[in-house]
Design a protein around this ligand. Structure first.
Ligand code: ATP
Ligand code: MG
Length: 416
């Protein structure tokens, strides 16, 4: 579990604002959810044989004796919230949310026990247009961030009915290789052989690569849905690769599944993953409701931005207010307020640490501010401020507040 320090904050904010801008542009509304739910919600939705439920959940008994779990993902909570507030009753919903998720995984680069996701969920839409829409939205986020490495992989998992035939084929295939499988995989072979395809065990890589693929078992409707999605992505100019062995780590997926992957983060290549979950709303007690969503891993996207060297505008204060003398200290706050009010968007840091003029000027310099604003007895007597350019070699000047506003407008408009 990481502390995210202010130095990394600019990248985090960049991802968050890019996502927020895209959601606004596509009419997705924000929903905010608790980080803890009844354990049962996750075991029922994510699936008893998944890694998440079997070994990764932070589950404990609370003081009332209820089993609760820190959410390992958001979709189940979105559906739970939508059902308990009647959001899906004769209505469709386009929603997004974000926040921390918790999984007791082995910590390594880009894999943490508390990590953050941005999630999109479109609930109540059956057609492939919404699949295309949410995928295009993710592509737009990469564009806004200047990320070029994520590549889109697509697959269709069909319906549970057509998966039954595939399941048998997998059972036959993996049973023949029984001696290579570890205890976990043998258990999955019995209960849910598709899970073996999602194994991260390198010893199984070759075996998995030779496994039968699901496309041969797809029902006609799922195949048509998938084909239409690929056409819509072609029209939108979003490139993809069909990966017939792409399955996801959660059991509720049906039909479309996808993952944006990069080869620049080592083994943790997935930066955003999602798919359809047409059965989940009904499974959690609602009516039959088609739905699709994705989740983006914030830490991974931030690390990828660092890796790709995405340039971010620095945002130091425009001005740093240096204050000399008791009377100036009393008036400084009000003057800074007046300047902020008259120059919307301006960033002014007021020195609150005190000390000598020299040490305040040092802090002004270290803050990266473009201007030093100086308020001392002399300035107070003249109803003025002194302005000292900190990044260019021009002289300090004393001016009235009106002129200070003009100067601040100038630096505001000439910096990011
Ligand atoms: P992986 O295959 O890497 O384990 P996953 O299939 O478990 O990922 P999802 O449950 O689909 O991932 O979560 C969506 C996204 O959240 C992933 O694409 C990834 O970017 C991010 N993510 C998942 N687990 C972690 C983690 N432990 N630490 C950081 N990010 C994570
Ligand atoms: Mg995982």
């Amino acid at each position: 579990m990481n502390d995210v320090l202010p130095d990394a904050g600019a990248l985090w904010s960049a991802v968050e604002s890019a996502a927020q801008a895209v959601f606004d542009a596509y009419g997705y509304r924000r929903i905010r959810l608790p980080v803890m739910e009844r354990t049962e919600l996750f075991s029922r939705s994510i699936g008893e044989t998944t890694d998440i439920v079997q070994k990764e959940m932070y589950t404990f008994t609370d003081r009332s004796g209820d089993s609760v779990t820190l959410r390992p993902e958001a979709t189940a909570s979105v559906v739970r919230a939508g059902l308990s507030h009647g959001l899906f009753h004769n209505r469709q919903q386009k929603l997004w949310c974000s926040g921390p998720m918790f999984r007791h995984e082995r910590p390594q680069k880009a894999r943490y026990r508390q990590f953050h996701q941005i999630d999109v969920e479109a609930i109540g839409f059956a057609g492939p247009e919404v699949d295309a829409e949410i995928i295009v939205m993710s592509a737009r986020i990469w564009e806004r961030l200047g990320l070029s490495s994520p590549r889109l992989e697509l697959n269709s998992l069909g319906t549970p009915a057509c998966r039954a035939g595939y399941r048998e084929a997998l059972q036959d295939y993996f049973s023949a290789a029984g001696d290579v499988l570890d205890a976990d995989s043998l258990e999955r072979l019995r209960r849910n052989p598709l899970r073996i395809l999602d194994s991260k065990d390198p010893r199984l890589g070759e075996l998995i690569a030779g496994a039968p693929v699901l496309s041969g078992y797809l029902d006609d409707d799922s195949a048509a849905h998938f084909k239409r999605l690929t056409e819509l992505l072609d029209d939108a100019g979003v490139e993809y690769r069909i990966n017939p062995r792409l399955v996801r780590g959660l059991d509720y997926y049906t039909r479309t599944v996808f993952e944006w992957v990069t080869d620049r983060l080592g083994a943790q290549g997935a930066v955003c993953s999602g798919g359809r979950y047409d059965g989940l709303v009904a499974q959690l007690g609602g009516r039959d409701t088609p739905a699709i969503g994705w989740a983006l891993g914030l830490e991974r996207v931030v690390e990828l931005m660092e890796e790709e060297g995405c340039a971010l505008p620095q945002r130091p204060p425009h001005a740093y207010l240096v204050i000399a003398g008791d009377e100036a200290r009393r008036r400084g706050l009000g003057i800074a307020e007046a300047l902020r009010e008259q120059v919307p968007g301006v960033r002014i840091t007021m020195d609150c640490a005190g000390g000598s003029f020299r040490s305040q000027m040092k802090r002004a310099d270290r803050s990266g501010a473009l201007l030093g604003l100086i308020l001392g007895d002399d300035e107070l007597a003249n109803n003025a401020l002194s302005i000292k350019p900190l990044r260019e070699d021009s002289p300090q000047m004393q001016c009235d507040l009106e002129k200070a506003v003009t100067e601040l407008l100038r630096v505001r408009d000439n910096s990011p």
